[in-house]
Design a protein around this ligand. Structure first.
Ligand SMILES: Cc1cc2nc3c(=O)[nH]c(=O)nc-3n(C[C@H](O)[C@H](O)[C@H](O)COP(=O)(O)OP(=O)(O)OC[C@H]3O[C@@H](n4cnc5c(N)ncnc54)[C@H](O)[C@@H]3O)c2cc1C
Ligand SMILES: *[C@@H]1O[C@H](CO)[C@@H](O)[C@H](O)[C@H]1NC(C)=O
Length: 410
């Protein structure tokens, strides 16, 4: 006889990738008692210097997942962001302290620390597990199930589930299996270099986040810890090797940093060149396969919309899957997921993040306050508090409540 379990909309989920998005989805699903396996090619959590800042729509999901107290304790709420000229002159800024005490304020915590917190919570869930060293090579599906072919140290293995979610990042194998090389969009000509650096920017009156507008030395300096570590991300000449970029770092820092320091005056603890992209997968659903976060879409990191958008995908996908699981809607809601998250990427995340990077290198800093509509808006916030709230809350436009799409009453 059919057991109670079969009155549920489905039995289990496979997630490919134990990055922040995969860990978060696994945690949220497992908290509802859904069996979930994460297949991760690496032997452990990633350590690259990538995301640091998460805007309020992402914080909303971290609260729902029950991890925000830990995230807040490990990180901090940046006080402000300003746009400056290379000599340090402030053009305009946004004061984030007006949101003091509000639970979903923007929060800063480097990605590896966020991943560790998510993993610690996930380990406590009985219905979830991570299979490290499991590289997904191929996928397939039929009417009853989906499967993935995995390469492990001791050979190939097949895993099956009702749904498979590709959270396997920019080079997603799940996406490649679904769409081949197609990942529509563009790669910026600009080369960027991300570093984590100890230097006393506070002495020079830096705000927590600072963007510098300059045709050659455009860059960002943002505090990322409570012990003096800063993320310094800057533009470089395209076409150089990692070694060449590394050799040029001292002259770049001398030109960009206040006090024009020599190498013994700062300490670089991470250095990573990145090519940056604006891309959106053809679809975020093909049958039993879903794509989320970087596997689904990429944007340049200026403005911190990458993982923020990814985390919002995860919250939406969670609501869709729970709706199916609890039989409050049918699987066609997953087409809505694909449609609506893609639309939000195209209408908000892609254009806003593109403006964020272009603002830094593609204008005359001395004319920026006359020409750049966004900077003019920021300028206005200094004297108009209501407007400041409105402008800063604009990022909530990337949220979408998929429970509105449920078709049945509970
Ligand atoms: C310099 C920089 C700064 C950034 N700053 C910000 C920021 O401040 N705020 C923000 O919101 N975003 C930022 N981003 C973007 C953010 O880092 C990414 O959006 C985020 O890391 C994506 O998370 P993810 O879980 O989708 O993918 P990933 O973190 O890339 O994780 C994917 C996982 O899948 C695994 N995997 C890959 N292929 C396979 C396979 N075939 N089988 C099994 N496992 C596989 C990988 O090993 C990895 O663990 C920044 C990015 C860069 C480069
Ligand atoms: C930037 O920092 C300065 C010095 O702490 C502060 O006075 C200013 O208000 C900050 N800017 C914004 C936009 O909050």
């Amino acid at each position: 006889m059919p057991s109670v379990v079969q009155t549920r909309g489905f039995k289990n989920v496979i997630i490919v990738g134990a990055g922040p998005s995969g860990l978060l989805l696994a945690l949220m699903l497992a908290k509802k008692g859904i069996p979930v396996v994460i297949l991760e090619s690496a032997p452990g959590l990633d350590k690259q210097p990538r995301a640091t800042h998460y805007a309020s729509p992402a914080i909303h999901e971290l609260i729902r997942a029950g991890v925000m107290d830990d995230v807040r304790a490990a990180g901090f709420h940046p006080d402000s962001v300003v746009w400056r000229k290379l000599d340090g002159t402030v053009l305009a800024g946004l004061d984030a302290t007006i949101f003091e005490g509000e639970p979903d304020r923007m929060t800063c915590l480097p990605l590896d620390k966020l991943g560790a917190i998510l993993y610690r919570h996930l380990e406590k869930q009985e219905t979830a597990r991570v299979e490290w060293g499991s590289k997904v090579m191929d996928i397939g599906q039929d009417e009853d199930k989906a499967w993935v072919e995995v390469e492990k140290a001791d050979g190939r293995k097949r895993f099956e589930a009702d749904y498979v979610v590709g959270c396997d990042g920019a080079n997603s194998q799940v996406r490649r299996c679904l769409f081949g090389k197609s990942f529509p969009g563009k790669t910026w000509d600009e080369q960027i270099v991300a570093t984590n650096t100890y230097y006393d920017f506070q002495k020079y009156g830096y705000n927590d986040s600072n963007f510098f507008i300059h045709p050659e030395h455009w860059h960002m300096v943002a505090r990322i810890s409570n012990d003096g570590l800063w993320r310094v991300t800057y533009g470089e000449i395209p076409g150089l090797t990692k070694e060449e970029l590394s050799e040029r770092l001292p002259s770049k820092f001398k030109a960009m940093f206040p006090g024009h320091p020599d190498p013994e005056e700062y300490r670089v603890v991470n250095f990573s060149p990145y090519k940056v992209h604006q891309r959106l997968a053809e679809k975020l659903r093909v049958g039993r396969f879903l794509l989320a976060a970087d596997a689904a879409h990429l944007c340049n990191p200026f403005g911190g919309l990458g993982l923020t958008g990814g985390i919002v995908d995860i919250g939406g996908l969670y609501d869709c899957l729970i709706g199916i699981y609890e039989e409050r809607t049918d699987p066609s809601i997953l087409d809505k997921y694909s449609e609506i998250r893609s639309k939000i990427y195209k209408e908000i995340i892609d254009p806003v993040s593109s403006e964020n990077i272009r603002r830094l290198f593609d204008q005359d800093p001395d004319a920026a306050l006359d020409n750049d509509e966004f900077l003019k808006m920021c300028k206005r916030t200094a004297t108009d508090l209501d407007y400041s709230r409105e402008l800063q809350l604009g990022v909530n436009g990337i949220k979408y409540d998929f429970t509105k799409e449920y078709t049945k009453e509970q």
